[in-house]
Design a protein around this ligand. Structure first.
Ligand code: UDX
Length: 467
């Protein structure tokens, strides 16, 4: 193994202080590195410098507070300062979906590398962490070597990031694995020095070429999206047959080759990564002439979108066939619990469609209210769960926050006009809701629970026959 903690610690910069960059900068400072965070958005860096995390992420504010007092983390909007300060520069800017296309928009990545390269004068490693189409790192390496005053001494590496929102601190400090996409032994040594405390925990490291490192990230996200859409495709089959996808998923999960994670049926995936990453991957594969190899990702996307319209249909069915004038409480706005991120949020997409179909929609989310209000000003918002469900004709639970999972069905039942609930995330206890007089519905589960004991009867008879 190449040296880790014995190598001199590099000074780090983190370009882009959004979700990924801010978390990376704060966590690396907490590991004892001197870190300079860089962003062109002064509001972001001023907030961070004051010790405020500009988004919701459990545990991050506490770590920011401790590193702020240590003096190991500073912020600037000057690339010149960053180039003068750092040995290893991490580029963490966004790669959103391009307008009017399924490709990734690389404007911010290109700008960050170009600007940084123009100020780097000596040996330095410029490490991309952003999710990019395969081939981007090599293009940037040529651009950096060709334009930087440092010439070939400014080297590019790729270190994809796998952090999940809501678990960002854990995923950064104790990741499942590290991937270093490198072009030289020197780049590997620099990255090992930059991640020494993480490697010393025994974290698996995969060292690759630049192209493979870029692909690891999109392949991982494509796999996760496929797994979710697979179980949601099974939900569609269950709906057509009266079978129960929840029981099906449980039975599949005991097969250790399949596993139960990311096999939760329901409203499907959203957020700033999975949806746009599978589209960009399919787009890039077509450019490379291997579109057929990942053409299934279009179907993965289509299954996922269908879950949203089908959820609207389920609410419509529950409210007697029409949504016009029906009061619907939407519980959840964030794309998943423990996050205030509403990018491509399935919950808000469903809320919007319900509203467009004539329902009177009231949204409540424990953390994402301000973001939701800004993006969907036409919807009504309630300050509490109780206020949201007050007098509702139907409740749609669309993001599985603990507050919703832990609510008492009988107590909620006192507040609503009609005890009807769509469990968009298969997160509620159907039996408890039904026992409290609720009409409970979930995608891929039979409307009539009597079919479930029937299945049990068959199992009992098979078992009895075997004995
Ligand atoms: C994802 C990847 O997990 C992470 O490795 C990558 O770095 C960034 O993209 P994130 O977007 O934070 O992370 O969310 P994730 O926890 O993966 O959930 C994505 C979506 O899938 C959510 O909308 C979630 O509700 C949904 N989901 C997840 C399901 O519908 N079913 C599941 O079984 C799991």
């Amino acid at each position: 193994m190449v040296t880790t903690d014995t190598a001199p610690r590099p000074r780090l910069t983190v370009i882009g202080t959004g979700y990924l960059g801010a978390t990376h900068a704060i966590c690396m400072a907490s590991l004892g590195y001197d870190v300079l965070g860089v962003d062109v958005d002064r509001r972001k860096i001023e907030a961070l410098a004051r010790g405020e995390v500009p988004f919701y992420e459990p545990g991050l504010a506490e770590i920011l507070a401790s590193v702020t007092t240590s003096g190991r983390l500073r912020f600037t909007d000057s690339f010149a300062e960053a180039a003068a300060f750092g040995d290893v520069h991490f580029v963490c800017v966004g790669t959103p979906q391009a307008a009017g296309s399924s490709a990734a928009d690389l404007t911010y990545v290109d700008a960050a590398f170009t600007e940084l390269a123009s100020h780097v004068t000596g040996r330095a490693l410029l490490v991309g962490k952003s999710t990019v189409p395969v081939g981007t790192a090599e293009r940037l390496a040529a651009l950096v070597a060709g334009t930087s005053p440092a010439g070939a001494a400014a080297e590019v590496a790729w270190n994809p990031e796998f952090l999940r929102e809501g678990y960002a601190v854990e995923d950064t400090l104790a990741p499942d694995r590290l991937v270093f996409g490198i072009s030289s032994p020197w780049a590997e040594e620099r990255l090992r020095a930059a991640f020494a405390p993480v490697l010393d925990r025994g974290t698996p490291l995969v060292t690759t070429d630049l192209r493979t490192a870029e692909l690891v990230k999109v392949a991982a996200n494509a796999f996760l999206a496929t797994k979710i859409s697979y179980i949601n495709a099974m939900a569609e089959v269950c709906e057509a047959t009266g079978a129960d996808v929840s029981l099906l998923a449980t039975a599949l999960s005991y097969d250790s080759r399949i596993g139960g994670r990311f096999l939760k049926p329901g409203l499907g995936f959203g957020g700033g990564c999975l949806p746009k990453d599978i589209r960009a991957f399919a787009h890039r594969a077509e450019e490379l002439g291997v579109g057929q190899a990942v053409s299934f990702l279009r179907e993965v996307d289509a299954i996922n979108r269908r879950r949203r319209t089908r959820t609207v249909d389920l609410v419509r069915e529950l409210t007697g066939g029409s949504l016009e004038g029906k009061r619907v409480a939407v519980l959840g706005a964030a794309f998943k619990p423990d996050s205030d991120d509403i990018r491509d949020a399935p919950a808000l997409d469903v809320a919007r469609m319900l509203h467009e179909a004539g329902a009177i929609v009231t949204v409540y989310d424990p953390a994402a209210m301000d973001n939701a209000r800004r993006a969907y000003p036409d919807l009504a918002y309630a300050p509490t769960l109780a206020a949201a469900v007050d007098n509702a004709d139907a409740v749609a639970m669309l993001t599985e926050w603990a507050e919703f999972r832990d609510a008492y069905p009988a107590a909620l039942g006192e507040l609503v006009a009609q005890r009807r609930i769509v469990d968009g995330r298969h997160a509620l206890d159907a039996d408890r809701y039904r026992a409290a007089g609720w009409e409970y519905r979930a995608l891929g589960r039979p409307a009539d629970p009597r079919t479930v004991p029937l299945v049990q009867d068959v199992r009992d008879r098979v078992r009895a026959a075997e004995v």
